[in-house]
Design a protein around this ligand. Sequence first.
Ligand code: AR6
Length: 234
Amino acid sequence: DPHLKGPVSFSANTGEKLTEDEDPVMGSVGLDVSMNDAPTLAFPSISTSDFKFNHEKASDIIVEKAEEFVNKIKNARLVLVDLTHRSKILSLVKAKATKKNIDSNRFFTFVGDITQLYSQGGLRCNVIANVANWRLKPGGGGVNAAIFSAAGPALDVATKARAKSLLPGNSLVVPVPSTSPLFSREGVTHVIHVLGPNMNPERPNCLNNDYGTGCKILREAYTSLFESFASIIK
Ligand code: AR6
């Protein structure tokens, strides 16, 4: 894959920049190069920032659901993305996935902006997930604002043509119009909007620390997200 042969490579496990010695293209790290063209879903951690969901509980659920997916769908990759190397959720997930021996060619973490994974990070992801709000509105903050802004108005139009709202635990697949820079620059063909459980009293449908319900909805959200991804690549 020419895209991994640029001046900078990233560890599939940590997202850290690699020295030449460690470059997977050079063969000294066990990255399965045959997976570089595999369908790939990049997703942010659902609900753990603005929605204030507990990181330990969320990381357990991410690893559980990713393992399920990896065991079921063979030729595809899942990548958990966050903006900084200091991300607590990335560290927790990485440690737990390693402990469970999940194939790191099929599920790994990556540091970068989810709207620029290919142009800035050299990582090809044909599908990205957006943690939306229930009205599927552009703007606000976090990943939702970043994705709608990077995609341009075409994504809002394509989204509204499919649904007007989203319930917690559910997802919605939207093909990215070819006029969008997300498509032309990043190679993203689909955005999957997903809505997670909310533990922030300043946002709608707050669960007031009811983690019984919260964990159930977060599991449903990842199940729905990964099933939507599977339906795209079939
Ligand atoms: N690229 C990669 N990861 C990011 C980016 C980015 N550009 N921006 C944020 N993250 P959040 P939530 C990480 O707050 O907690 C939204 O406004 C971030 O560090 O976006 O589910 C929605 O519209 C964190 O790890 O989502 C909802 O109203 C993760 O993405 C509400 O916030 C999710 O952070 C949802 O809150």
